[in-house]
Design a binder for this molecule. Sequence first.
Ligand code: OAD
Length: 246
Amino acid sequence: MIDRARELVEKSVRPVVFTGAGMSRESGMRTFRGEDGLWKDFDPEKLSSIRGLVEDPGTVWEWYRMRFMKTEGVKPHRGYIALTALQSRKGSLPVVTQNVDGLHRESGQRDVLEIHGSMRSASCIRKCGFTRELDRELVQSLPPLCPECGAVLRPDIVLFGEPLPHELISRAYSLAEECDLMIVVGTSVQVWPAAGVPFTAIENGAYIIEINPDPSELSGSDRVISIRGKAGEVLPLLMEKLQENL
Ligand code: OAD
């Protein structure tokens, strides 16, 4: 299986990476679904929706303070480093991610499309133009208010009930239409429209390498090579013995 995957990586001329929460699991981040998923213990409608933020900003910000504290000091694992190496060897390897933890950028990757936004900054909910880093100081007194217009600030994450940033999601779909290989890591492919990205790649004739300990709706298609394993183990293995002339 891994040999077939390596062969696909070697041959591909327009590869793309697509990741979800499982990509960061071995860096210590929890996933959303499954046994130890965040949405088992917490209600996304209350804590991570635009309605929740408007009705009860204090509670929503308590949740984001907790999530911020969990991401502080988190470092990219070996799988991230392997992807960074693959990107520099391939020249072009756009990374479409549903993750908001910033680890793709932190591991030195370029052309990263954070289609669900980023935990690294916050901005004015009224869109007055104010924006700042989401850091320890910001989450000291909650909810944080805009120093320019007094409205509540929001984390720059796509909340439930909001559309995805138009430019990013349309570029992600274009990449899916044009790529010949998509390396899909650590996603349950259940949240749309993000989940449509790998399905669009298949419809347009691309191969998929799926890296995930568990099956998903992608698994089983004859264009999908499913490698059952963890991102931090499989990605470095995939990079081993790749031909020098990639
Ligand atoms: P999920 O929590 O739905 O799925 C995580 C996937 O990672 C599962 O398929 C696991 O089997 C897999 N997994 C677990 N550990 C892994 C490991 N070490 N290596 C590789 N895979 C592993 O997360 P997403 O698919 O990312 O949205 O969820 C999509 C969206 O739902 C998130 O972006 C978030 C959430 O609500 C927003 O916040 C807008």
